[in-house]
Design a protein around this ligand. Structure first.
Ligand SMILES: *Cc1c(COP(=O)(O)O)cnc(C)c1O
Length: 360
């Protein structure tokens, strides 16, 4: 039985020995009564890298996103976002449940919003209407197959938003991937936003944690809401130490994950009945469609699992693969072979069947 090559998500990574040691050795304090020194160090480094005044450590990206929305908006306010984004689709509508907000979704292409799509969407001041308060972008875009938002679009959308009195929030769970892939520094991406959420537990490989960055005033407000949402953590330095280790050691190697994703993408491209969506892979996420003649996506995933490769069926016809620091180039080559083999085998018998029928 071969070990599992787990491509379900970049959240599945386990802390390495050095990271565990850093966590074990972390200097800690009570981060609710006062401050935890390791959390402080993590927050300072995060803010510095993002070029923001301050940052606050939280247990999850859902919390950093929801608190980002919360501090910009009041009940009855509306935010604009891309229809496939994480905040709208994968956070249980927490913006409505917890903060009384309304989302206005706009369909982008693989998660990319163009400036002309948002212009004109601000509702006029009128007692019948919600108030448009905020624009949310996601970079890289999870459901959009790790797509990088074009920098010029980000700049234009955010400057339009600010010039009309709107706030801007970036769901940058994978902003580190966007920076690694483009060479555009984190701070350049971040400068266009009032708040930026980043995850340490995705490609960076920490076991737990995200941070929200922004102005000193915004982050002070965010700390307050973190407590309200149940995210006040005591000796959180143990967790922050893992995130700090990840931030220091695991950013540069993200380029390897992107190269490994291209190996998987090539296998998909070369397989009859499989179609990359979109054609190009920007970062560490590969999404492809399985022609129903080969069976369902779930069946395809089951066949992959039988050969030691774990993947995720994200719709009846789509499969997602994500590369990360716990899968090597060799693992990805092996997974690529498995994908090609299954596609060939699934197509084989049915093709010959049609053939014989046609000949009959
Ligand atoms: C993973 C992810 C989050 C946060 O998820 P948590 O599981 O709550 O940490 C937020 N946004 C995007 C785009 C993500 O991929």
């Amino acid at each position: 039985m071969t070990a599992v090559i787990d491509l379900r998500s970049d959240t599945v990574t386990r802390p390495c020995q050095n990271m565990r040691q850093a966590m074990a050795d972390a200097e800690v304090g009570d981060d609710v009564i006062e401050r935890d020194p390791t959390c402080e160090r993590l927050q300072e480094l995060t803010a510095e890298l993002l070029g923001m005044e301050d940052a606050v450590f939280m247990p999850s990206g859902t919390m950093t996103n929801q608190i980002g929305l919360r501090i910009h908006c009041r009940p009855g306010d509306e935010f604009l976002c891309e229809a496939g984004c994480h905040i709208y689709n994968y956070e249980q509508g927490a913006f409505a449940q917890l903060s009384g907000l309304v989302a206005r979704t706009i369909e982008g292409q693989y998660g990319v919003l163009r400036p002309e799509q948002v212009r004109g969407l601000i509702r006029p001041e009128n007692d019948h209407l919600v108030r448009t308060r905020l624009v949310v972008l996601e970079n890289t875009h999870n459901r959009g197959s790790g797509r990088i938002q074009p920098y010029a679009y980000v700049e234009e959308i955010c400057s339009w938003a600010h010039s009309h009195g709107l706030r801007t929030h970036l769901d940058g769970a994978r902003l580190f991937n966007a920076a690694a892939a483009t060479g555009i520094p984190l701070a350049s991406w971040a400068q266009h936003f009032d708040t930026v959420s980043v995850c340490f537990s995705k490609g960076l490989g920490a076991p737990v944690g995200s941070a929200l960055a922004g102005t000193r005033a915004a982050i002070q407000e965010a700390r307050r809401h973190r407590k309200l949402f149940g995210g006040g953590m005591r000796q959180a330095g143990v967790l922050a130490a893992g995130a700090l280790y990840a931030l220091r050691h695991n950013r540069d190697r993200l380029a390897e994950d992107h190269a490994n994703a291209r190996i998987l993408a090539d296998a998909v491209r070369g397989s009859e009945g499989l179609q990359l969506q979109p054609d190009e892979v920007d970062t560490n996420i590969v999404i492809f469609r399985v022609d129903p003649r080969l069976g369902s996506a779930a069946e395809f995933v089951q066949r992959m699992a039988e050969r030691g490769v774990a993947a995720l069926a994200i719709s009846p016809t789509q499969i997602r693969l994500v590369t990360h620091l716990d899968v090597s180039t060799g693992d990805c080559r092996r997974a690529a072979e498995v994908i090609q083999q299954i596609a060939e085998e699934s197509a084989g018998p049915r093709v010959s069947l049609t053939h014989s029928v046609a000949n009959a």
